[in-house]
Structure formats: structure tokens, C-alpha cells
Ligand binder design. Sequence first.
Ligand code: CTP
Ligand code: ZN
Length: 152
Amino acid sequence: MTDTELRVSKIQSGTVIDHVTAGEALHVLTLLGIDGSGGETVSLGMNVPSERLGKKDVVKVEGRELSESELEVLSLIAPEATINIVREYDVVDKRRVEPPEEVSGVLTCPNRDCITNAGEPVATRFAVLDDGLRCEYCGDIVRDDITAHLAD
Ligand code: CTP
Ligand code: ZN
């Protein structure tokens, strides 16, 4: 890798989320619940040149590995993402994200009248479609702003 390609420093240990859809890096941070207040060391590259994607974003989070449910939601906003686990400067694991058939308990339904918004103990469930997510209870579709519908 040449110096011009390496715009963001290497990390010692943690997770590098590479090949993020250009422009989505801040959404990735939102999804991971990172707003700076937790004290994690985070580096971002936005709209950096990529052979595979033309342009991409890169998110590097030190000292943290991602859970399966975080990876699932990540696949919805950054389907081309590569997850690199780094330990002592080496990439020890590299995998692609894969969209699940269904996401449960992660997103809230935009429909105020949906049973999942009625204060009942019902976990949200969305079917993953090619172009959005469909609430299994009321049929409402979340298409664009997935991160605006992240549950707390
Ligand atoms: N990386 C890092 N810190 C390290 C090691 C790697 O930040 N200590 C980053 C690299 O900058 C790159 C990503 O992790 O963005 C993957 O590293 P590597 O597998 O070495 O790069 P490539 O072979 O180019 O990856 P790919 O084939 O997935 O494009
Ligand atoms: Zn609903």
C-alpha cells in the first residue's frame, strides 16, 4: 500500500470497517452508538479513493469488536463493508457483512399506530427486502433513513 492510499493511520487493535458506502461513515458511528462521549479512539476516512468502489468511507474503532446484531444492521447501510479485526497491528480476521432475512429488536417502526409503538412488550421485527425493511406487524416500510429508526 502506498503512502497516498494510507490516509488514516493503522491501528493497534480493534475493528476497521472498510469499504463503507461513501458518505455513510457518520451513520455507521450512530449505529454503533459512538458519539465521542464514550472515550473510544475513532478515526474516519470519508470519500477516499477505492479501487473496488470508486469512493468509500473507512471507520476505525480502537479496542472494540462488533456484535453479530451490529454487523447485521451495518449490512443494511453499508452492504459492501469489510470487517477487519486487528490485533497488535495485524489483520487477524476479515469478513464481509451479510444482510439478514429479518432484523429483530434493533429498529423502531415509523408507524405511530403500530403495536410495537404501543408500549406493549413486543420486539420489533422487520423483513429485509431489496429496497427497504418491512415491519412484520403493520407492513410499514423503512426505506432510506435506517439510522433514524435505531432503537435505543
Ligand atoms: N488496517 C489498519 N490498521 C492495521 C491493519 C490494517 O487500520 N494495523 C486497515 C488497512 O488500512 C485497511 C484495512 O485495515 O483499510 C484492511 O487491511 P488489509 O487487509 O491489510 O488491507 P487490504 O489487503 O487492502 O484489504 P482488502 O483486500 O480488504 O481491501
Ligand atoms: Zn409497524
